[in-house]
Design a protein around this ligand. Structure first.
Ligand code: CP
Length: 305
């Protein structure tokens, strides 16, 4: 039985290296057979207080492929939050109707709070600019699948390293795997010191750049991110940096044969559509991997794997 049974997943740092690898191994089984009907008579709640395409729908897809039921809402506007109900009351109510709650919320720390009041496990599907641990697990799955290992890789993280929660989770996880980090961002969107400290504490190296072309040819993984306009206090600051990095096909001409371009998506302009047909582009397969990883996570937390 998995040691993850009954535990919430709020931050990727809640899991040890061994536990992360266990989820990835279970996910491989779901990739081989996506229709494992383990969730007969289980109900999963999906509470999205913030927009989502991939995370919400891949969780729903995961539950449905496993034969379970899913309830919830895709916008706070269709819930009693709109009438002023608190997060605590929402969680205590929904926990009466479900075995597990998946929640996305725009407030940093809201998922941790929910896990402290909830009698059923919570999976954090993104809390503000803080953490996105399930995206991290599918990123790791995608990296291991394409590179054959998670160890000793050169990883470029490009774009909004300040507000991009997927980057924060990924840096913390890859610090367990001896990565070398190449941090490419505008000056105003550098990786927060608290996240950089994870790299230092693991005795690993990071390098900072403002020019994307300085790193492309040396990388195993190029992880592009969207500049998160919705999190800028001042819209004028967003306007200054919104198109800082646009990766196109010709820029990949001298890159490593096995480099893969990842992006958590949605993209705005960060990757030109001419990259989509390049075998080095992996972002849509990455999104598909989200179904297998979320199936694995649900099965492990419910004690079914
Ligand atoms: N990667 C990701 O979180 O995408 P969505 O916002 O569409 O869920």
């Amino acid at each position: 039985m998995s040691k993850l049974k009954g535990r919430s997943l709020i931050s990727i740092t809640d899991y040890s290296k061994e536990e992360i690898l266990q989820v990835l191994d279970i996910a491989e089984g779901f990739e081989k057979n996506i229709r494992q009907k383990l969730l007969d008579q289980y109900v999963v709640a999906s509470l999205f207080f913030e927009p989502s395409t991939r995370t919400r729908l891949s969780f729903e897809s995961a539950v449905q492929y496993m034969g379970g039921s899913i309830i919830g809402f895709a916008s706070a506007d269709t819930s009693s939050v709109k009438k002023g109900e608190s997060l605590k009351d929402t969680i205590l109510t929904v926990s009466n109707y479900s075995d597990l709650i998946v929640m996305r919320n725009p407030i940093d720390g809201s998922a941790r709070f929910a896990s402290e009041v909830s009698p059923v496990p919570i999976i954090n599907a993104g809390d503000g600019a803080n953490q996105h641990p399930t995206q991290c697990l599918l990123d790791l799955y995608s990296i291991r699948k394409t590179q054959g290992t998670l160890e000793n890789l050169d990883i470029a993280l490009v774009g909004d390293l300040k507000y991009g929660r997927t980057v924060h989770s990924l840096v913390q996880a890859l610090s367990l795997f001896n990565a070398t980090f190449h941090l490419v961002s505008p000056e105003s969107l550098k990786l927060p010191s608290a996240v950089k400290k994870w790299i230092g504490d693991a005795n690993l190296k990071y390098f900072q750049y403002t020019d994307l072309s300085d790193v492309i040819d040396k990388m195993d993984i190029i992880y592009m991110t969207r500049i998160q306009g919705e999190r800028f206090p001042d819209p004028l600051e967003y306007e200054k940096v919104k198109n800082s990095y646009i990766l196109n096909n010709s820029m990949l001409a001298n890159s490593k044969e096995n480099v893969r371009v990842l992006h958590p998506l949605p993209r705005v302009n960060e990757i030109s559509e001419d990259v989509d047909d390049n075998p080095k582009a992996y972002y849509f397969q990455q999104a598909r991997n989200g179904v297998y990883v979320r199936q694995a996570l649900i099965a492990a937390i419910l004690g079914l794997k």
